[in-house]
Design a protein around this ligand. Structure first.
Ligand SMILES: [Zn+2]
Ligand SMILES: [Zn+2]
Length: 167
């Protein structure tokens, strides 16, 4: 009996929710569907890793870089554009890793219309005359290599396979 009541209540909620959606759709224009960025649409942004606040200070800003931003890093592109990184797992590394400060870099990632944010995926840094690709492993962090969108370096892929086989 109790279960029956709950089911009826659930049905009633379901029906009213559908009605609500329908009436909202009548009033508002259908939302534009924005497709999530595609792996193939990544591009390269060449420049130098700089402190965004300190760079803005040079351009006349009162950035107070040490107060809140704590010298958060961005990309000064070769054309003079200052880019901010989206502060996700991958971008956070570029924002915080002091070893990258002042280094020429090619960031692989996405940009979005009318924003000056880069969503970083991976990057190239120079070693001697060569550009070395660094990719992200969710266990090791950024490592030299190319992990083909797997989030795991070859070593961690191997460890995962061993675990599955119970070795
Ligand atoms: Zn700074
Ligand atoms: Zn790894």
């Amino acid at each position: 009996m109790k279960l029956g009541t709950i089911m009826v209540a659930a049905l009633a909620i379901g029906v009213s929710a559908v009605t609500l959606t329908a009436s909202a759709e009548d009033e508002a224009p259908a939302p534009k569907t924005v497709k999530k960025r595609q792996f193939k649409d990544r591009r390269e942004f060449a420049g130098t890793i700089v402190c965004i606040g300190c760079e803005l200070e040079k351009r006349g800003a009162h950035a107070q870089c040490t107060l809140h931003a704590k010298h958060a890093q961005g990309l000064l592109a070769d054309d003079g554009t200052l880019w901010t990184f989206i502060d996700n797992t991958r971008g956070h590394h570029l924002i915080k890793q002091k070893k990258l400060l002042g280094k020429p870099i090619k960031v692989v990632g996405w940009k979005y219309p009318k924003t000056q944010y880069i969503e970083a995926w991976s990057y190239y840094v120079q070693k001697g005359k060569k550009w070395v690709h660094w990719d992200y492993c969710k266990i090791c962090g950024f490592e030299p290599g190319e992990f083909k969108g797997t989030d795991l370096c070859p070593g961690c892929v191997e460890d995962g396979e061993d675990e599955e086989e119970g070795k």
